[in-house]
Ligand binder design. Structure first.
Ligand SMILES: Nc1ncnc2c1ncn2[C@@H]1O[C@H](COP(=O)(O)OP(=O)(O)OP(=O)(O)O)[C@@H](O)[C@H]1O
Length: 774
């Protein structure tokens, strides 16, 4: 490039504009004035001000578009000044650019160029005029007026328009789309775990939330790491007969770190998205859209694709989206590559163009780390307030509440001595306590799920917890297993407070939750082995126990079946197996037989009865027959409180309702039949009370006090069997069902606010048809 004399840059025309000087510095009197003025500025256009403040005041109220301000700060010896052109449109004197950009900005590169702001607005001319004047007048140097301009750097770069396109368009897109299938896959698996409930199950067996998230993080990062290594190699290594690699100058380790940080932020961003969804497919599709749009929407909405400069703070905020950090990172890489410097660890902190609005690679790295931390905290928060259908939902303000609780050191107070004993509780003298529940309260915002429950569950006994829907049974079990935190109260397992000893307790605790929480892609054997290993068994022991247990559960032929392909009853058995395996000494079984066929149920009972005497078993059920068959001890809850507790004998005695005479009539029952039967009964037992009629079954209750009359009554009914159209007669003393219903009625009459679904409840009860001859 030939040097060009100053005359060639003098194209400024300020005749319609103004020159404001911060001192009374008359430019007309400068010796080098012809350099600048050249008939382009009249005296009227020059204004001097004593101070910068006065100048600025004038400028703010009177300026026009072609005003030029010169602020002199130096003294007689030192020239220090600032030229300010009123900036409108694209004139940006503060942006130091590479040769490509200087093409339009600097004079002299292209003589026919009229777009050069520095040239035609007279910036260089004015600067030259001031400098020359200073040199001649103050420094007394002669003839310094020959000025040259040159491009910088010299010789100029060949402008490669492809560089911009590759770095700013293609590389971010290649990177974005390299991970496009991985992010939805992570999303799907994470939400699936929530959806199937296995996440909660893992928590119940002692896995901490952070362990589960870390597992998913590693699951996502390992394949991404391979992709990043491939990308770095492709970008940094010269392939085939190309002259140079796509990213020629940048430090390869820096590129690797940038992409790895991006991947980490992307995975955690996916975690954050996953917390809004509870269905895997919805999460996958929506997550993928959010993922793509988080790149394209800000980029095109803010015209970042056209290279538009945005304020630094806005760039930083945009970096909260990992895909935007990717865009900014590649833009910085592009700028440095254009300058043939490349981003290096030593210029990592410097803006690529020198503009204060440009963010640095250092900023991008910091923002990616901020993204990781921010989305991780957000995921933890959402995990607590929106855990899906299985977890325990916490209040939106739970972090504040936890903080207050911590500050107040508000730990649950041990109230062991103040055990509340109800009238209807049988003392288990001689039995060792396996689980002690002392004044347990659990409150969900306004709902009290468990209200001051005190209950001792004895070692090596089967205790059945009964109660209507919503009585608080599952909440109690969840509190025992440490799945939820009690609002107040103490729970001890084998004498150890669960607070602080949960890890130890979990080694001996087996839980079969109310819902089948299974891994969709593990086989039956893998489930059992996994849970045995969680309890500390070696691989060999786990395999042996698995085989043995499958035999006991009558499921050996399903050993290699995927859990997802099992029938409902089989799944239940597998859940039970997962609770039992690993030598669990305490079994918490929440409705273990629900969904099982009668045969499987009997098998389950046999199994549980075999373990009676060896394991402490707490079980809930809605089947009274099951409670009767299994329960050494029966606890009945209503509205979160314990209503009665004792052996079945104790409860039946306590809630004695007399004898239940059940008469089944052939065909349908007519009014005549009813009347005849009533007369036949009251003829011998006047005190007999009609209780209910279900289809062709009529039930009367005979009080205990008149049990002596039952023998004659039965004889009479047998004699009149044909006359009364009777098909079958049975008589039972108080059943557990009677006890349960009596307790329920007592609770309701005590003024309980909870509506109990009697009809629904009765559907569960089995009427035991036993003929008992008194
Ligand atoms: N996470 C929760 N948030 C708010 N309320 C809850 C929550 N979990 C349970 N509850 C409420 O606490 C009460 C007790 O629920 P729990 O599940 O312990 O009853 P349950 O006796 O096990 O019922 P079921 O026999 O139907 O399983 C119910 O009223 C229920 O609505």
């Amino acid at each position: 490039m030939e040097a060009s004399p100053t005359a060639k840059v003098m194209q400024a025309d300020l005749r319609s504009g103004e020159l404001l000087l911060s001192s009374d510095f008359n430019i007309k009197k400068m010796p080098g004035r012809e350099v600048f003025l050249n008939n382009r500025l009249s005296d009227a256009n020059v204004r001097g001000f004593d101070t910068e403040e006065l100048l600025m005041r004038y400028f703010e109220t009177n300026h026009n578009d072609t005003v030029v301000v010169v602020l002199f700060k130096g003294d007689d010896k030192n020239l220090d000044y600032t030229i300010r052109f009123f900036s409108r449109g694209n004139f940006q004197s503060n942006v130091a650019q590479t040769s490509k950009r200087y093409r339009g900005k600097l004079a002299g590169i292209n003589e026919a160029d009229t777009t050069s702001d520095y040239n035609w607005k007279g910036f260089l001319s004015l600067q030259a005029a001031i400098d020359v004047s200073f040199m001649e007048n103050v420094l007394k140097r002669n003839n310094p007026s020959v000025l040259f301009t040159k491009v910088m750097p010299y010789p100029p770069h060949i402008v490669d328009n492809g560089v911009d396109a590759i770095f700013k368009e293609m590389l971010p897109l290649i990177t974005l789309f390299s991970f496009i299938f991985l992010c939805p896959a992570v999303l799907k698996r994470v939400v699936e775990e929530k959806y199937s409930g296995t996440k909660e199950l893992m928590k119940m067996v002692g896995m901490k939330s952070w362990m589960l998230w870390l597992g998913w993080f590693i699951y996502g990062l390992i394949p991404m790491m391979f992709a990043v290594i491939v990308i770095v190699i492709l970008m940094k290594v010269r392939m085939f007969d190309t002259e140079y690699p796509p990213i020629e100058f940048m430090d390869g380790t820096l590129l690797f770190c940038f992409l790895i940080l991006y991947c980490m932020a992307a995975i955690v961003f996916c975690f954050a998205i996953s917390s809004f969804f509870s269905k895997p497919m919805v999460a996958m599709v929506t997550g993928m859209l959010v993922w793509i749009l988080s790149y394209f929407i800000p980029k095109y909405a803010l015209n970042l694709d056209t290279g538009k400069q945005i304020p630094w703070s806005m760039s930083i905020i945009l970096n909260l989206l990992p895909n935007m950090a990717l865009h900014f990172g590649y833009s910085i890489i592009a700028s440095y590559e254009e300058r043939e410097l490349g981003v290096q660890w030593n210029n990592f902190y410097k803006p690529s163009s020198g503009s204060k609005d440009d963010i640095t690679m250092n900023n991008v790295f910091i923002m990616l780390i901020v993204d990781i931390v921010f989305y991780m905290l957000f995921t933890c928060y959402m995990d607590n307030v929106n855990p899906g259908k299985y977890g325990v939902r916490k209040s939106f303000l739970f972090p504040l509440k936890s903080l207050f609780k911590f500050l107040r050191r508000d730990n649950n107070i041990e109230v062991g001595a103040a055990t509340v004993h109800l009238q209807n509780v049988e003392e288990g003298h001689g039995y060792k306590k396996g689980i002690e529940i002392i004044n347990l309260c659990k409150r969900y915002s306004t709902k009290v799920a468990v209200d001051n429950l005190t209950l001792d569950i004895y070692q090596n006994q089967i205790t059945v917890l009964l109660g209507h829907n919503g009585a608080g049974k599952s909440t109690t079990m969840s509190a025992i297993t440490g799945m939820i935190e009690a609002t107040s109260g103490v729970i001890k397992v084998n004498g150890m407070n669960i607070k602080g000893n949960m890890d130890e307790i979990r080694k001996t605790l087996g839980l079969c939750p109310q819902h089948n929480l299974l891994f969709t892609d593990l086989t039956v054997a893998e489930h059992l082995i996994f849970f045995a290993k969680l309890k500390g068994k070696s691989s060999e022991e786990a395999r042996r126990e698995m085989k043995d247990l499958l035999k006991k559960l009558n499921m050996s032929e399903k050993e290699d079946s995927m859990a997802a392909t099992l029938s409902g009853g089989m799944k239940r058995k597998l859940c039970l197996g997962m609770a039992i395996i690993g030598g669990s000494k305490i079994l918490i079984l929440d409705e273990p037989s629900s969904g099982m066929d009668p045969e499987s149920r009997r098998e389950l009972w046999d199994l549980l009865l075999k373990w009676r005497g060896e394991k402490t078993i707490l079980i809930t059920t809605h089947f009274m027959e099951e409670a009767d068959a299994l329960g050494d001890w029966i606890a009945i809850m209503a509205n979160g409180t314990l209503q009665c507790y004792g052996t079945p004998m104790y409860l039946k005695k306590k809630y004695d309702t007399g004898y239940h005479l059940s008469i089944m009539v052939k065909g349908s029952v007519t009014a005549e039949d009813e009347k005849n039967i009533r007369n036949a009964i009251t003829e011998y037992v006047e005190e007999a009370q009609f209780k209910t009629r279900n289809g062709n079954n009529i039930v009367y209750v005979i009080p205990n006090e008149v049990q002596g009359k039952i023998k004659n009554l039965m004889k009479n009914l047998e004699t009149k069997e044909h006359e009364l159209n009777i098909e079958n007669i049975s008589i039972m003393h108080t059943t557990l069902e009677d006890v349960f219903l009596k307790v329920k009625v007592d609770t309701e009459t005590e003024g309980s606010q909870d509506q109990v679904d009697i009809a629904g409840m009765q559907g569960y009860f089995c009427i035991v048809s036993v003929f008992q001859d008194s």
